[in-house]
Structure formats: structure tokens, C-alpha cells
Design a protein around this ligand. Sequence first.
Ligand SMILES: Cc1ncc(COP(=O)(O)O)c(C=O)c1O
Length: 367
Amino acid sequence: MKIPYVNFLLQWEKEREELLSIIENVLASGQYIAGRFVEEFEEKAARLCQTKYCVALNSGTDALIFGLIALGVKPGDEVITPPNSFIASTAAIVHVGAKPVFVDVLDDQNIDPEKIETVITPKTKAIMPVHLTGRMAQMDRIKRISEQHGIPIIEDAAQAIGSTYQGIPSGKWGSVGCFSAHPLKNLNACGDSGFLVTDDKKIASQVKLMRNHGLADRNTVQLFGYVSRMDALQAAILSFRIDKLDNVTNLRRQNAQLYAQLLDSSHVFFPKEQLTESNTYHTFVIQVDRRDDLKKYLEEAGVETSIHYPVPIHLQPASKYLEHGAGSFPVTERQANRILTLPVNQYLAKEQISKISHLVNGFYERN
Ligand SMILES: Cc1ncc(COP(=O)(O)O)c(C=O)c1O
């Protein structure tokens, strides 16, 4: 039997009745953009992130772009970020005209705080850690650097809804926190969606204006804005799913714990969860030798896997102008050849995790 990486159809089957009633509710309301469904989701997301404000948007990418603009990042400025994220983190920096300044990562795939200070210049206007896989970067150290240098943090928390570090949720550490609710995320819409959280009223107001043409009211354009509103339909679906997020997180955490028990650590590395953190396992990434062979072997055995991400951002054709050759960020580059994402979604049975673990262990025992 095949083990899929994600299982949208099972999610649909399990939520069918509730989703159909939500859709009917929204369509019958005649309120398709803005309004109570969006406001309800914003209240719930702000509560989860323990922030004063949440602004619902069309995507996580827009949350990053608007967050940078609201922090005052301008053409010619520099923003520090890791080179091993989804392309949207760096793309957002480029789209506001700033220069992405990459900092290599640690064993756990998150930005190395020690290296951040070495690249700060008078042009540095923001630090953008990415909480890759649902594991948060070392935010206490990053926050200290941010405060010492007066440089704000914009958290790319697209993969980390509900994660905590030292008991503080993702999105709460930075001046702004940016989330994606793309269908693949733990808190997922049935289409594109994202949101930004902040404690800063001015930032929240500015982003609210930006998402809707800069319109302060129907006929007053306060600033030249964009169109990046969350649909009422997506907001209503997310409001329903955010109430069940704890359960999703717990199931993913149980799956990860089972992997941790079963996978043979002499062949398979994955960062252990520290007492100070609670990871939500948006992905479960192992680091192994002969990754491509293992991937093929699992595929032939019916196990779908993925790689997040096989080509580091600084080595993408689009980054050529930044002039980083191979070898510039050795930890990221080494990991890019060794990382493999195993299925960890909440619909997996224990037997499936066992089967995958035994296949992985068996591959290395036999080879
Ligand atoms: C780390 C990271 N940043 C940003 C994004 C962008 O989010 P979206 O696809 O909602 O624009 C994603 C989503 O894939 C992501 O994983």
C-alpha cells in the first residue's frame, strides 16, 4: 500500500460535513471579502500567537513583503536571512528592493545566531529568521542581537504556526510574524492564504491599508496599496481549522516521536527537540548519506518523500547577481545533498511510520 506524503482527500472526507456547512454559511451571507468571517479568524490567530493584532492576507509571501515595507525596509537596505528557506523568504526581500544577506545555518537547519553579528552593516534594516520545518530558530539570541543593534526582527513563521521557543509562540518574538496558510501547511486553507501578526498598532494599520488598495474608506486613498485580502471563504475554513490545530500538532508530534524511537541514529540524523522548544513538525527532515538512493528505494516501496530544498537559494539562477559561488554557505550546501523529508502528516497510522522507519533502517543495514 502506498504511503502518500500528504493526504488532502482524507482531510476532505473527514471534514466534509463541516466544510459544506461552512461554505453554505459564507455563500448565504453575501459577504465574500472582508467582514465577520475574516475578523473572526484574525481574532483567533492573534490569540494563538499572543499578539495584539493579526491581519489576514492572501499569502505568506505577501505577509513577508508587507512586513518588510511596514518595518521601513527600502531599496538599497540589507536584510539578513538564511539561504535554505523556501524561495519566498528571499524573494520578499528582493521585491522591496533590498539586498538579501545570507547567514549559514546550524545542524538543525535554522539560522546560526553567532554568524548574524558578523554581517551586520549600517545598511542592515531587518533580520529575517525562518523557522524551518516548524522548529523555531534560537530566538533568545537573535532577539538580543536585534536589541543591541536596534534592528527589528521579521519572523518567517510560514512553517511554524503553534510552535513555541522558551514558551513564547512563533510570531510573538519579532516586530512582525508572517504565516502561510497554503494547503500544505499545518493550518491550511483550501487555496492561497496567509497572515501577519504584530503587537504594533501602526504596523497593523498600515498592513490593513496595504492589503486593500490603501483605502482608508471607500473614497480615501491613504497610500498606494495592493490587493491581498483573505477571502471570507478561506477565513471561515481557517477559523474552523484553527480550533483543531492543537490536535493536528499533537498527532504530528506523536509521529515525530515514533520516528525518533525507531530510526537508527547511527545512519540517520535529525535534530532532537530541546526542552526549550515545542516543534510542530510541518515537515520531518532527516539528514542521511546516499540520500538520492534512499529516496528512490522508498519510492519503489510506495513511500512518497520530498526534499525541502534541494537547491539552496544562493545557488539558484535568480541569485546569480549576488555572486555567491558554491562553497559560500557550506552547512546549507552539505544539508541540501543530505536532507530528505519523510511523511509526518496527522493522518498517518503508527504502522505506516513503523514501516517507513524499518525501510530506512533496512536500506542502511543492507547497503
Ligand atoms: C518558509 C516559507 N516562507 C514563505 C512561504 C510563502 O508562503 P505562501 O506560499 O503562502 O506565499 C512559505 C510557503 O511555502 C514557506 O514555507
